[in-house]
Design a protein around this ligand. Sequence first.
Ligand SMILES: Cc1cc2nc3c(=O)[nH]c(=O)nc-3n(C[C@H](O)[C@H](O)[C@H](O)COP(=O)(O)O)c2cc1C
Length: 195
Amino acid sequence: MELMEAIKGRRSIGRVKADPIPRETIEQILEAGNWAPSHHATEPWRFIVMTGGGRDVLAQAYGDIAAEQAEVSDEAAMAELKAKHGAKAYRSPVVIAVAVKPSDNPRVVRIEEFAAAHAAVQNMLLMAHALGLGAIWRSGEPLYHARMKEALGLEENEWPVGLVYAGVPDMPAPAGRRRRAADKTVWLDGTDSNK
Ligand SMILES: Cc1cc2nc3c(=O)[nH]c(=O)nc-3n(C[C@H](O)[C@H](O)[C@H](O)COP(=O)(O)O)c2cc1C
């Protein structure tokens, strides 16, 4: 696949089939993430791959976080709420949590560690697309909740930056749309042609 074709053709695909994804395919996605750039070559990204029953930890975290924030005292209603939010973990056969573990090297700028982990996510989305899979980068408030960190087994100095849901597409790719790059660009080329 041509690079520009892959970049422009990749869409967030939120609806995928339940068919399991072969481990080698998942490893290709991880490999793509692992080749992201990082300042000082810190490679600060971490991957937590959840498949099958491995997604239960995510489901429990979604459920617990929703329960904590809900004003429901009734036990049955609470169970229903947890099940509803927990079901989000099973929207795709594989969910890869991407986390960042910022380097403690004093020369490293912390925000750049997050930038590198975000770049890893984009590499992964592009690889999934090139492999014919549908994928979406999901976040949302629960991702940044302490309970999520615990569920994903992250260390104190590790932070989730995204959840990559991937599987065989079960929806047509929506049309992509972007505002023109030229409208977001200033050229400083030493001439006054922009005046
Ligand atoms: C940091 C980040 C977080 C995102 N979180 C969500 C999310 O929680 N739910 C969702 O449906 N899409 C999420 N997206 C996907 C965007 O909605 C999507 O990229 C955007 O609408 C453009 O569509 P495209 O990816 O098909 O080009 C996220 C994207 C980024 C970069």
